[in-house]
Design a protein around this ligand. Structure first.
Ligand SMILES: NC(=O)C1=CN([C@@H]2O[C@H](COP(=O)(O)OP(=O)(O)OC[C@H]3O[C@@H](n4cnc5c(N)ncnc54)[C@H](O)[C@@H]3O)[C@@H](O)[C@H]2O)C=CC1
Ligand SMILES: O=C(O)CCC(=O)C(=O)O
Length: 416
């Protein structure tokens, strides 16, 4: 009997952190029924236990997929980050096991930009403090430290998707926009790139951070940088908690050197809504603290659910890895009537000739072959006319430097 693929109902999908229902619906419509959908993240011990028989996992920013978790994930085929940032995933550990990681690079961009703009206006007017006082029965009617946005300088650090979207919205409200980025970028509208972080900090009334978590951005705003900011300046961080050293920021607010701050992301964030949030910023005047909700709008979450689940289903069904953040990108046609082999291996010389030797020795004629590599991994997809026999598959798995082999039969179901 011809070898048959693993039934889709046996492909186990684990979705954590309250990923939007659109993801579940989309995966079900694509034929995947074995879906566990949990509202929270899992701690490392629970995750290690659960991930052993999982083929696809979906997470947001809270779940840490580290080397120890990947080591336990014996059946894992792909990871979906239902967010922009992928710093919570050890991308090299995934790559070393032949596991592509996908994300949603644009779906919550607008949500973050809108929140930051609103916060800039609220902080320029001292609203957090005035509102808190009114809630307590006080009446802080005063124009002291209250400013229009018009004509103020907004300094954006990291002029990528969010930074540039914010730039457009802010300019339409009358901000003068300057930005600092390590890459030369064309400014939107009248926005101007400045040559250094120090220059931006010295010129901006409001500084907003939109860099990814990288070794080069870790703690990039500390005491020295805060001291470079304009007296009475405002700092907004909706990027990552590793970008700003919190204590000097708190001190600058306490001493009145800065007029306000909005912080959405923290060095340590509660693991769930039941855990207490602790921060030196708690209780400080004109400081907006939000629980990492920059991208948490219904619109963004709905779109992210669709986008990332589609990427997972497409990879599962036909091997396409386009937009993966750690993997060689291959765009594949559908393969009616063909049997598709996915071979993932260390990118070292000689692997392709070994694969082709095995195919030739087993009289397997190649109908299509698609190869991409990155500096660590090679990903080759081979379509053939007849089913791979167990002997050929075993030989392909034995090829030195093989990381993972999967077969997708033309019916669309697969052998994992
Ligand atoms: N608070 C929240 O809920 C959310 C937070 N984020 C965070 O925002 C970050 C930015 O998102 P996008 O704009 O989509 O990313 P992006 O990749 O489009 O833009 C990042 C920009 O930062 C620049 N950059 C990198 N290193 C830099 C450095 N040392 N100094 C100055 N610029 C530097 C890059 O060249 C790039 O232009 C994400 O990586 C994520 O961590 C994203 C979405 C939601
Ligand atoms: O929605 C989330 O959990 C995280 C949002 C975020 O920080 C991102 O998209 O990078």
């Amino acid at each position: 009997m011809a070898k048959t693929s693993l039934d889709k109902s046996k492909i186990k999908i684990l979705l954590l952190e309250g990923i939007h229902q659109t993801a579940v619906d989309n995966l079900r419509n694509a034929g995947y029924s074995n879906i566990e959908h949990l509202p929270t993240s899992l701690d490392e011990a629970a995750l290690i236990e659960k991930i052993r028989d999982v083929h696809f996992i979906g997470i947001r920013s809270r779940t840490q997929l580290n080397e120890r978790v990947f080591a336990a994930a014996e059946k894992l085929v792909a990871v979906g980050c239902f967010c922009i940032g992928t710093n919570q995933v050890d991308l090299d550990a995934a790559l070393a096991r032949g596991i592509p990681v996908f994300n949603a690079p644009y779906s919550n961009t607008r949500s973050v930009a809108e929140l930051v703009l609103a916060e800039a206006i609220m902080l320029l007017r001292g609203i957090p403090e005035k509102s808190a006082r009114a809630h307590e029965g006080g009446w802080l009617k005063s124009a002291k430290n209250s400013h229009e946005a018009r004509g103020k300088t907004l300094g954006i650090v990291g002029y990528g998707s969010i930074g540039s979207q914010l730039s457009v919205l802010a300019e339409s409200l009358g901000f003068d926009v300057i930005y600092y980025d390590v890459v030369a970028k064309l400014g939107m509208g009248n926005a101007r790139q400045v040559g250094s972080l120090e220059e931006l900090l010295a010129k901006a009334d409001v500084v907003s951070l939109h860099v990814p978590d990288l070794p080069s951005t870790r703690w990039m705003i500390g005491a020295e940088q805060i001291a470079c900011m304009k007296p009475g300046g405002i700092l907004i961080n909706a990027s990552r908690g590793s970008v700003v050293v919190i204590e000097p920021l708190a001190e600058a607010i306490r001493e009145g050197r800065l007029n306000g701050a909005a912080v959405d992301v923290f060095p340590v964030e509660p693991k769930g809504n039941d855990e207490e949030f602790e921060s030196p910023l708690r209780g400080l005047p004109n400081v907006i603290l939000t629980p990492h909700i920059g991208g948490s709008t219904l619109e963004a979450q709905e779109n992210i659910g669709i986008e990332v689940s589609e990427k997972l289903a497409t990879y599962s069904d036909n091997g396409t890895t386009v937009t993966s953040v750690n993997f060689p990108e291959v765009a594949l046609p559908s393969h009616p009537g063909k049997h598709r082999l996915l071979h993932i291996h260390d990118n070292v010389p000689g692997v392709m000739s070994e694969i082709n030797r095995v195919l030739s020795e087993n009289s397997i004629n190649i109908a299509g072959q698609y190869l991409q590599t990155n500096d660590k991994v090679g990903y080759v997809v081979i379509d053939v006319d007849k089913a791979y026999g167990p002997q050929a598959l075993d030989a392909l798995r034995q090829v030195a430097h093989t990381l993972k082999v999967r077969v997708l039969y033309s019916e669309g179901s697969q052998d994992i």
